[in-house]
Design a protein around this ligand. Structure first.
Ligand SMILES: *Cc1c(COP(=O)(O)O)cnc(C)c1O
Length: 496
């Protein structure tokens, strides 16, 4: 299978090239030229498989030049029970008769980013070998939270790779900072930057466009890459859990083969829900794709009107991983739906770059409203939903998941559609103790990592091991740099 840039109808590359390059040279995103189609028989055979085998089955359909044995070894490493605290890897939790929750936070950092970032490093490392690249890759990440830690865990001790994460000194929570500065592994580095997230991000972008630095690195056998969510190697592993969830819904008797179910996804950069769209296109009988946003509701408006307009205020909310104004992965959906192909997408994207806005044509609008439904949920409703789900079902959820629960309820009420629902849960509530505790009626008396124990006591639930151990892990990284000093940190890292 070949991959094509969303902004160029001609350029075709192999899967390994798409994964090594990340972004296409024309600024587009690599997307499969055609999607595989799974028959009822394929789903039947996957029902008895473990998650790791389902991952091999699905990924194998997209990665021609990777042997099944190779993919099996990646899946064993990425989704081992030493990394995940549930043998099901992405287990379902039945909340009511008609609604199940897909828990994507049983990995090493307790957030859904692990599902993809545990797999990407293996795909990347093997792709480097396949493309004949002899240099090693240095992954640079600027993070405001979950991605940095998940990328560190994914790349730690993976051959041919090293990773350096920059975070804003005063822009992440104490728990998030501790998660990063206690990171283990021989090939990892973490450094804080004086300033906010934008400073860290601008610094990383400047490093990427520093031609002389690239030359220096290349002489020493290194080149730079990023692990951000537009890489095909991050989207693909996310398709797996939708296929897997369908198999599990069949196995638990919630669905009969071919029966439709609706999926509701708490959405930021549009990567997760895009994967659900691909799964649907491949034959998973998903009815509606329900897109849940917080107060930053640019996607809600887009899906309801066909107008994408980023010219609006930015809000910091209780669900920070969804605080976003430009959802990069939406470009892949536009490519999939537009009749004008790459040329049409290029026009939308240049309009977005120039004016911050674009409007899709009638055909795309119609397709979007058949496939998707969208709603949003503010902080007050987020708290209410955490409280209600806890009280009514004894199920503790994080603020991102709460946004999805609320919007799914809205969807059912407004459409009357009572088909079985799958609500996607993207983080452990223990990652967001400071908002979950008050929501369930407890005024926190402690701070930092002590909140984890407090939530555990209040709810009577054990916290994930990685979070419980945080307070006692040795700090390995204490570096602070000015924005101007980030290049030096890169060079220092490679001298170690
Ligand atoms: C990244 C993230 C999201 C948003 O996912 P997208 O793929 O960017 O839409 C939602 N919830 C949590 C907890 C996340 O970390």
């Amino acid at each position: 299978m070949r991959y094509i840039s969303t902004r160029d109808g001609v350029l075709r590359v192999s899967a390994q090239d798409a994964i090594v390059r990340g972004l296409a040279e024309d600024g587009g995103l690599y997307t499969p030229e055609v999607l595989p189609n799974f028959t009822a028989h394929a789903f039947e055979s996957m029902r008895d498989m473990a998650y790791q085998q389902r991952a091999v089955f699905v990924m194998n359909a997209f990665l021609d030049d990777f042997a099944a044995g190779e993919l099996s070894s990646f899946a064993e490493k990425a989704y081992g029970t030493d990394k995940f605290d549930s043998p099901a890897i992405a287990p379902l939790r039945r909340v009511t008769d008609g609604v199940s929750c897909l828990e994507l936070w049983h990995g090493p950092t307790s957030a859904f980013k692990d599902m993809a970032l545990q797999m990407l490093p293996h795909l990347l490392s093997a792709s480097l070998v396949k493309t004949g690249e002899e240099r090693s890759v240095l992954i640079l990440v600027a993070t405001s939270g979950d991605t940095g830690k998940a990328a560190l865990e994914g790349f730690r001790d993976v051959d041919g790779t090293a990773i350096l994460v920059f975070y804003p000194k005063d822009g992440v929570s104490r728990v998030q900072e501790l998660q990063m500065v206690t990171q283990e592994g021989k090939n990892v580095g973490v450094c804080s930057v004086r300033g906010n997230f934008d400073d860290a991000q601008t610094g990383v972008k400047a490093i990427f466009s520093d031609v002389s630095l690239r030359k220096t690195l290349s002489k020493r056998g290194w080149f730079l890459s990023s692990a951000n969510s537009i890489n095909w190697g991050r989207v693909l592993p996310q398709i797996v859990y939708y296929v897997s969830a369908y198999c599990d819904l069949l196995n638990q008797g919630t669905l009969v083969p071919g029966e439709k179910f609706n999926v509701c996804v708490p959405t930021g950069n549009f990567g997760n829900i895009l994967s659900a769209y691909y799964a649907k296109s491949m034959g998973v009988p998903i009815g509606r794709l329900v897109c849940a946003s917080n107060r930053n509701d640019v996607l809600t408006d887009f899906i309801n009107t066909g107008v994408y307009d980023r010219n609006r205020p930015f809000y910091n909310t209780l669900s920070p991983s969804m605080d976003i104004l430009v959802s990069s992965n939406l470009e892949r959906l536009l490519y999939g739906l537009s009749e004008g192909g790459a040329e049409e997408v290029r026009e939308y994207m240049s309009s977005l770059a120039e004016t911050g806005r674009y409007e899709v044509d009638e055909t795309v609008k119609k397709k979007i409203s058949r496939l998707f439904w969208a709603g949003s949920c503010d902080d007050a409703l987020t708290r209410e939903t955490i409280a209600a789900v806890w009280k009514e079902h004894g199920y503790l959820i994080d603020p991102h998941t709460a946004v999805a629960f609320h919007v799914f309820k809205q969807y059912r009420k407004e459409t009357g559609d009572t088909a079985p629902g799958l609500v996607v849960s993207t983080a452990s509530p223990f990652k967001f103790c400071d908002s979950v505790l008050p929501a369930i009626g407890v005024s926190p008396v402690s701070s930092g990592t002590d909140l984890i124990g407090e939530l555990s006591a209040a709810a009577g639930i054990a916290p994930p091991k990685n979070l419980a151990a945080l307070g006692s892990k040795p700090v390995r990284f204490t570096g602070v740099t000015e924005k101007d000093g980030m290049t030096r940190e890169v060079l220092k890292m490679l001298e170690r």
